[in-house]
Design a protein around this ligand. Structure first.
Ligand SMILES: [Zn+2]
Length: 113
């Protein structure tokens, strides 16, 4: 059914929107931000839509908190070898490692001379 794909598209949009809302309201009400994350995750589960990668780093899958680097999460990049991002949830202490999401270097080996 084509309707299905459309629904997933909508779900994805909603998830992204909820994370934006969470970001916006976090300062005033972290609790509300957490609610938005919860909703986003529910939509994802219901519609079988994966939460986009950059957004997955924005919440803790253990305690469900919306994570803001420097406030309730610590983000470290590992300089050694393969780039990795280490995100620590300061609420529950969950540590999650992600491969560095970085655009491939486009300008590789610029013309010499
Ligand atoms: Zn947590």
């Amino acid at each position: 059914m084509r309707q299905d794909a459309r629904e997933r598209d909508l779900a994805k949009e909603r998830i992204e929107r909820l994370f934006t809302l969470a970001e916006d309201c976090f300062k005033e009400s972290p609790i509300l931000a957490n609610r938005y994350v919860e909703l986003a995750r529910r939509i994802g589960m219901k519609c079988r839509v994966r939460i986009p990668k950059p957004l997955r780093m924005r919440y803790c899958r253990i305690c469900g908190y919306f994570l803001v680097p420097g406030i309730n999460s610590r983000v470290r990049t590992r300089p050694d070898g393969k780039g990795r991002v280490v995100v620590t949830c300061l609420n529950c202490g969950e540590v999650k490692r992600y491969p560095m999401v970085k655009e491939k270097l486009r300008r590789r080996g610029a013309a010499t001379g």
